[in-house]
Design a protein. Structure first.
Lengths: 264, 289
């Protein structure tokens, strides 16, 4: 089991309603979320905006600390682990971010961007590892000399993926990584992810609001709504026989590229 | 059906000579919805900006015509053109948060254009804004008029921009990816609303999007763009059943749909892209400046 999550609760300060003096009211984002991520799973996390899917992802990587509940990563309880302890674990779980333009440092070359986390982890043979990571995502090694602005959106997202897999993690969280891409680069990135999962036995959590993409990639899907899990099933079961009303309304809202679908 | 908007051989070039649009021609019939699809960087938004005369300074229109009915926009003096566009065309932008001024209340942001540019009386403009907010299904228009953008949800903000676009009774509205920032359930509501408002007001709509699913729901006709060139102008239904251009076929095959999970996700083949790019090089040689 890669992740075991039990009754996870998380609240954040609601700054939109903060009084001039005194502290802001808390707003509950996750209201008791429990699920498991087995080794080798590709888990889709879907839900509308504000459903808490990104917050859940960030809590899993302990980028934010939950209020209560339990997060176990490879059998180790990291719910309230201090940063020093987490740093020793961080190379085992990595993240790919939504917007590659704002998650890649515009002043560093691709090589430096991928090397950054490797250096932080104190690894050796950095150049070789960078080249290897570029090979794995199908970018030419010469791209190490380029700056992010010289790349297309799809290529930038590959750099984001290369940075995450260069550390050889066990688990990767991909937060809406194809929503900013057009269909042809989207297809490339999805095919690449599928390949990486197959070849390296990666475990992947894929956050998305696009159910078509989730159906392509994931073998299990978790539907979040207002910080609660409304449904967690095999992908095919979700699409063939959605149980929760919310899942049905999500499915019904997707416009298929088919002029005969009754929709509006 | 007469064309409300017709664009003929429109070319746009950056100051350094890079071509943005290559002899683009398209028509939007009165009361019709025309989709502009293509990948990022294909020049979809630039067509909209050229029509609204809001191109960045570094870009120049190097040829072609933009006609509204029988009015040739390119033949007008810039100032007259701006006034004319202000009265007859409007934009629904992509990101409702950046399109609204965060430091001003909603009300003045809707009415200002009516009062300052079109010379409406303030009370008329305010009444019109309240009517329109009600029309876009905002439950408490008076309260929303007094709110600041950050107090409203993404869907509410987009409704306000739709109301604002229809305010002056334009003949043409350009919607530039109006739902990409929204999640699917809100997207559906907003598209429904745009379609409804469009039909009621009889406005011609130029709908920029990269989502073929959305195109199949709202558009009557569409143009497929690649690198600033129109590859195919088509009736919507014909495009989805019998796409003519190889690139159109490849893009349709690359679009993931949850209803067809087993079909492997075809990338647009390099062969198709190479052919299109060669075609574009030939085009540039024929039309060199």
């Amino acid at each position: 089991m890669i992740y075991r999550i039990r009754d996870l609760r998380l609240s954040l300060a609601n700054m939109a309603h903060k009084p001039l003096l005194g502290s802001a009211p808390r707003i509950e984002i996750l209201k008791g979320v429990s699920f498991d991520v087995p080794q080798g799973a590709v888990l889709g996390i879907v839900g509308g905006s504000g459903s808490g899917k990104s917050t859940l992802g960030r809590a899993m990587l302990r980028l934010i600390e939950p209020d209560s509940g339990q997060i176990e990563f490879e059998g180790r309880n990291i719910t309230h682990a201090p940063e020093a302890e987490l740093r020793l674990l961080r190379h085992r779980f990595q993240m790919i971010f939504q917007d590659p333009m704002s998650s890649l440092n515009p002043r560093r070359r691709v090589g430096g961007i991928i090397a950054g986390p490797l250096r932080l982890q104190g690894l050796d043979n950095i150049d070789a590892r960078v080249s290897e990571a570029l090979d794995m995502v199908g970018l030419p090694r010469t791209f190490a000399r380029r700056y992010p602005h010289e790349l297309s959106g799809g290529q930038r997202q590959r750099v984001g993926i290369a940075r995450a897999i260069a550390l050889r993690p066990r688990f990767i969280l991909a937060d809406e990584i194809v929503s900013g891409l057009d269909v042809s680069s989207q297809a490339q990135v999805l095919n690449l992810l599928e390949e990486l999962v197959r070849e390296f036995g990666l475990t992947l959590a894929f956050i998305s609001h696009d159910l078509s993409v989730v159906r392509r990639l994931c073998n299990r899907v978790l539907v979040l709504h207002h910080g609660e899990i409304v449904e967690e099933v095999e992908t095919s079961a979700l699409f063939d026989n959605p149980k929760a009303d919310y899942t049905r309304s999500l499915l019904g809202a997707i416009p298929l590229p088919d002029p005969d679908q009754v929709w509006l | 059906m007469s064309a409300q908007l017709s664009v003929r051989d429109l070319s746009i070039t950056l100051q350094n000579g890079v071509r943005i649009l290559r002899n683009v021609s398209l028509e939007v019939g009165a009361g019709r919805v025309h989709g502009l699809v293509g990948e990022s960087g294909a020049g979809k938004s630039m067509i909209g900006k050229a029509i609204l005369s809001t191109l960045p300074h570094a870009m120049n229109v190097t040829g072609g015509q933009i006609c509204f009915g029988d009015v040739d926009l390119m033949a007008m003096a810039p100032k007259a053109r701006h006034t004319w566009i202000g009265a007859n065309a409007a934009l629904i932008p992509q990101d409702p948060l950046t399109a609204l001024n965060p430091s001003k209340r909603i009300g003045p942001q809707i009415t200002r254009r009516l009062v300052d540019i079109l010379g409406w009386a303030k009370t008329n403009a305010k009444a019109r804004a309240l009517d329109l907010l009600a029309e876009v299904q905002i439950t408490d228009p008076a309260r929303v008029m007094r709110s600041y953008p950050h107090e409203l949800s993404g869907g509410m903000r987009q409704r306000i921009l739709i109301a604002s676009a229809f305010a002056a009774g334009p003949k043409l509205i350009i919607a530039d990816e109006p739902t990409t920032a929204l999640d699917v359930t809100v997207q559906k509501q907003i598209l429904k609303l745009i379609a409804q408002m469009q039909a009621e007001h009889g406005t011609a709509l130029l709908f920029v999007t990269h989502d073929l699913g959305v195109v199949s729901k709202v558009c009557d006709t569409l143009s497929v763009l690649y690198a600033g060139k129109v590859l195919e102008n088509a009736q919507m239904r014909r495009f989805f059943t019998h796409p003519i251009h190889p690139y159109s076929r490849a893009v349709l095959a690359a679009t993931p749909t949850y209803s067809n999970p087993t079909g492997s996700l075809a990338q647009v083949p390099q062969k198709v892209i190479d052919a299109v790019e060669q075609d574009i090089r030939h085009h540039d040689i024929r039309h060199h400046i």
